[in-house]
Design a protein around this ligand. Structure first.
Ligand SMILES: *Cc1c(COP(=O)(O)O)cnc(C)c1O
Length: 362
């Protein structure tokens, strides 16, 4: 018997999704950086992405990069969260490239890289409105000039990020702005920029609509490959699998109970005041999985008749009254996952992973 809760991972679907995105990007001369942080850089998933054509990986956690290196993955690696000062040494040892936005950090990278006798490549992030990482555009020339003077760091190019903290969408307009900024560096400083890194999954839409500026030659894609979704537009990507990851949880209690609790309503285990609708008596199943392993609102029961009611740290309660098939204590219920749930499930040490491969060779 398999351990529950569990995550079944269908590697052939990851290969398929990867091939699709690689093809889309290659047609536009775009290098595809595969981002596996959504599944905690699971080694088998990463190998499936390599099988699908990925030649360079990006991850926000240096631990994930170290894990992949130790597993023998030899592709180029890019640290895509701008580095902490305290992780520079590790980063220099295990990653070839990093995204950066702080001169102070880049100077430190240069210092330590000198000590370690190696060269590190950098992509400088520019903020185009999403207000996460990136220098402001009017600082670009000055910053590039300074980076260019530093020994043992090589500026590969510039990049931007969208749909991360402020939900700002990539458009033909703001990506053209990135291209123009790169051109201004080349014109004013005569420093060639090899890479213009245009963003994440949210940019795929611009490829589909043929609106991506020609000079954008790199994208960093995670969700699009792992889940076949563009979560920023709540749409499924055409011809891709959304169910490469399936979460299964087991029923530990199944009883008919009223839909409204009795007593005075205070706060639940997470400080919220819950609200209830009276639907009479319902069949409620308690599943042995909880907020420590999942993200409630991004969990989708595969059987549409199942409704998620609530969760605490270790329990998930679902309403199965409308389900025709027979369920009992010990029965399993399966879910598809959106990004936050995938992130939680692959991070939780309480969720077992089972891999399924059809066409993948070892
Ligand atoms: C997470 C991340 C990505 C990948 O984003 P997806 O939406 O999963 O495609 C790309 N770039 C950076 C800097 C990131 O942090």
């Amino acid at each position: 018997m398999k351990n529950n809760p569990r995550l079944d991972i269908y590697l052939d679907k990851i290969v398929h999704n990867t091939i699709r995105v690689v093809r889309q990007c290659t047609e536009k001369n775009i290098e595809l950086v595969g981002v596996a942080k959504g599944c905690s850089a699971d080694e088998k998933v990463v190998r499936a992405m390599i099988e699908g054509g990925i030649k360079i990986f990006g991850d926000s956690r240096i631990e994930n990069i170290i894990h992949l290196r130790r597993a023998g993955i030899q592709t180029r690696m890019m640290l895509i969260r701008i580095p902490m000062q305290s992780e520079i040494r590790k980063m220099l040892k295990y990653a070839d490239i990093s995204l950066n936005s702080e001169l102070l950090t880049i100077e430190r990278i240069s210092n330590i890289a000198q000590e370690m006798h190696l060269e590190h490549k950098i992509i400088l992030m520019v903020d185009l409105g999403d207000l996460r990482e990136g220098i402001m555009p009017d600082e670009l020339i000055k910053t590039v000039k300074r980076i260019n003077e530093l020994p043992n760091v090589k500026l590969l190019g510039i990049g931007a990020n969208f749909c991360c903290v402020s939900g700002i969408m990539p458009t033909e307009n703001n990506l053209n702005q990135l291209v123009l900024l790169a051109k201004s560096v080349e014109d004013e400083l005569k420093i060639p920029l090899k890479i213009i890194s245009g963003g994440n999954t949210s940019v795929l839409k611009l490829i589909e609509e043929n609106k991506i500026p020609h000079s954008i030659n790199q994208l960093r894609i995670g969700v699009g490959i792992l889940l076949g979704q563009d979560d920023t537009r709540l749409r499924n990507l055409e011809g891709m699998y959304q169910d490469a990851f399936i979460l299964t949880a087991e029923i530990i209690e199944l009883k008919v109970k009223p839909s409204v609790p009795t007593g005075i309503i205070g706060r639940d285990a997470f400080g919220q005041v819950p609200v209830f609708k009276d639907m009479g008596f319902r069949r409620r199943a308690i599943l042995a999985v909880g907020k420590q392993d999942i993200h409630l609102s991004s969990l989708i029961p595969i059987k549409k008749e199942i409704k998620i009611i609530a969760a605490s740290s270790d329990h998930l309660i679902v309403d199965i009254t409308d389900l025709e098939e027979d369920m009992n204590v010990g029965s399993e219920i399966q879910f598809k996952l959106n990004y936050p749930a995938l992130l939680a499930a692959t991070t939780s040490k309480y969720v077992s992973k089972y891999y399924h491969q059809k066409e993948i060779k070892p």
